[in-house]
Ligand binder design. Structure first.
Ligand code: CP
Length: 315
């Protein structure tokens, strides 16, 4: 494949290839010299039309660790403010010799539209979706996969480690591109996926994909091996879909007490950014015995090195 836009068409072999390549980069990142020359002279452009801390910076660091040249685009200081279109912006980066475009946009479908345009013009540019609207966030789900498998099997992690593990995804499923990409990844790799949220944030059609749907938290948490909490995405809520943040936390917030129902070694994940005290209690988030949140961020660099390497060496 030349682009990574969605995980819907990822095969078990695709997941394993990305995972094992990331594991080899984790070894590189543990060395004193953390750089490899693999993408020397390649150009990676980060086109982030929507704000980001983790994804943008870890793609930039990943590209630098692979010795690529990086370009960073910020809409506020770009010619978008003079009326230039998104496609003309991408064409400008193409004309500068960009090999890989990493794209985040608030609207679903923008990375795919750019990929089609770049294919028509050049056929030699790889597009990586860094999060598009409510659609998908493939690199987040892949770093989550690496984090889960590293926890289950630190020495020789494989996607097969997930088979039969119960994963509860809790929170604003309706607006979450992370939930959708994780759904494809977890189900393809054999996990038992449970979704829990208020009915206003969990459309019933999610059951069609093979996940179990819960409108209360307890059945989702019972014997869960992992709990993924999701941010309430206020910026995507056209109308207020929950009664109040306090009530949301009381019913769906993940706390130490609530984890008592889960499997004994349960771990909590969150893609970030976090609304502390809303979707997860602050003390739980900061407890390294129960939270994999910092590991997710660390593993994000290795996963993004893996994706850049696999796409960058194929073009
Ligand atoms: N998880 C995630 O996508 O975070 P950022 O918005 O900070 O990139």
């Amino acid at each position: 494949r030349r682009h990574v836009i969605s995980l819907a068409d990822f095969t078990p072999n695709d997941y394993e290839t990305v995972l094992q390549t990331a594991v080899s980069f984790l070894e590189v990142l543990s060395r004193r010299n953390k750089k490899v020359p693999t993408l020397q002279s390649k150009v990676v452009a980060n086109l982030f039309f929507e704000s980001s801390t983790r994804t943008r910076n870890s793609f930039e660091l990943a590209a630098k660790r692979l010795s690529a040249d990086t370009l960073n685009f910020a809409p506020g200081t770009s010619s978008l403010s003079k009326g230039e279109t998104i496609l003309d912006t991408a064409r400008t980066f193409l004309a500068m010799g960009t090999d890989i475009m990493v794209i985040r946009h608030q609207s679903a479908g923008v990375p795919l539209a750019i990929a089609r345009d770049m294919d028509a013009l050049s056929g030699k540019v790889a597009i990586l979706n860094a999060g598009d609207g409510k659609h998908e966030h493939p690199s987040q789900a892949l770093l989550d996969l690496l984090t889960l498998c590293m926890y289950l099997n630190p020495k020789t992690p494989t996607a097969k480690d997930l088979k039969g593990k119960k994963v509860a995804i809790v929170g604003d499923i309706l607006h979450s591109r992370v939930a959708r990409s994780n759904l494809w990844s977890l189900l393809t790799n054999g996990a038992d996926v449970h979704l829990a949220a208020p009915p206003t944030l969990l459309p019933p059609e999610f059951a069609e994909y093979g996940a179990k749907i819960h409108y209360s938290l307890d059945p989702a948490l019972e014997d869960a091996d992992f709990v993924m909490t999701l941010r309430l995405q206020m910026e995507r809520m056209g109308q207020f879909l929950i009664p109040s943040l306090r009530e949301y936390h009381a019913k769906y917030g993940i706390t130490r007490d609530r984890l008592a129902k889960c499997a004994p070694n349960v771990q909590v994940l969150h893609p970030g950014p976090v609304n502390r005290g809303v979707e997860i209690s602050s003390d739980l988030m900061d407890d390294p015995r129960l939270s994999l949140i910092d590991k997710q961020v660390t593993n994000g660099v290795a996963i993004r090195m893996s994706l850049l390497y696999l796409l960058g060496t194929a073009i």
